[in-house]
Design a protein around this ligand. Structure first.
Ligand code: COA
Length: 255
């Protein structure tokens, strides 16, 4: 079971993250399923728009930390990178609906979405440094460009959670929407896009993104090299083990 549900209706391909018992943490199999869903949607002329969402109180707690220990993604052929290349280069518009935890890649993937709706209960976070890791998904390039260096540094160096209103202020979220209306609103906006001339939409998206595309892909590669090395670091292993053992990490013995 991949824990990724897909459905295409009225030109909208929905990708739902469905692993609530582990807070929608993403495993390699789930990244692969999402990468495949994006690729299929891109290839299907009947799909005009993609919509990514989780549950009414949960987007995703980011990469599965047990999976990081068991199957560290050592190169950029791994499913997580297939997903990142897919979402960052998709030609069709992508709408996201975000509620509850949106940790790590749960926040960075939003930098590649076109319209992002978030509920007031959304709790975004970029805890890479706290886990002994570095940013991914091109976020070390895209976030400073979006929010300015100091605000990006605050989020990426301190790694503290922030809410939907702050995310909107930063430009990461399009609109804050009441919890009960989140998915309906995101779906209604996706349907609006699905009714528009598809080629004009695709070309407009490309025109907005193409100036940065090569740099974004290059940054994803650079980040992935550092990320792969950091995953094997004693700091990261301590951070993951501490989380899974439900204790505070102790970084004092590392230089
Ligand atoms: N990887 C693996 N398991 C995870 C997970 C993750 N990223 N996030 C949550 N889980 C698991 C927990 O281990 C727990 O499993 P258990 O019931 O078998 O003990 C279960 O999901 C519930 O998580 P819990 O921490 O009890 O829920 P919470 O509501 O108290 O907190 C979060 C929710 C998202 C704030 C918290 O789970 C969290 O911080 N997760 C880690 C986020 C993270 O660091 N992601 C990686 C980013 S690179």
């Amino acid at each position: 079971m991949s824990h990724i549900l897909t459905e295409t209706k009225g030109g909208v391909a929905r990708i739902e993250i469905d692993r609530p018992d582990k807070k929608n943490a993403l495993t390699a199999a789930m990244y692969q399923a999402m990468a495949d869903a994006i690729q299929a949607a891109e290839a299907d002329a009947g799909v005009r728009v993609l919509l990514i969402h989780g549950k009414s109180d949960l987007f995703t707690s980011g990469n599965d930390l047990q999976d990081f220990l068991d199957n560290p993604p050592r190169d950029d052929k791994r499913p997580v990178f297939q997903f990142l290349y897919g979402i960052s280069q998709a030609q069709k518009p992508i709408v996201a609906a975000v509620a509850g935890a949106a940790v790590g890649i749960g926040t960075t993937m939003l930098l590649h979405c076109d319209l992002v709706y978030a509920a007031p209960n959304a709790r975004l976070q970029l805890p890479f440094v706290n886990l002994g890791l570095v940013p991914e998904a091109g976020s070390s390039l895209l976030l400073p460009a979006l929010a300015g260096y100091q605000r990006a540094a605050e989020l990426l160096l301190l790694g503290e959670p922030f809410d939907a209103h702050k995310a909107k202020e930063l430009g990461l979220v399009t609109e804050v929407v009441a919890e009960g209306q989140l998915l309906d609103t995101a779906l209604a906006q996706a349907k609006k896009l699905a009714g528009k001339p598809a080629a004009a939409l695709r070309i407009t998206k490309r025109l907005m993104k193409q100036g940065q595309m090569a740099a974004v892909l290059q940054q994803i590669k650079l980040e992935s090299e550092q990320f792969g090395q950091r995953l094997n670091s004693p700091e990261a292993k301590e951070a993951f083990s501490a989380f899974l053992e439900k204790r505070k990490p102790d970084f004092s013995r590392f230089d």
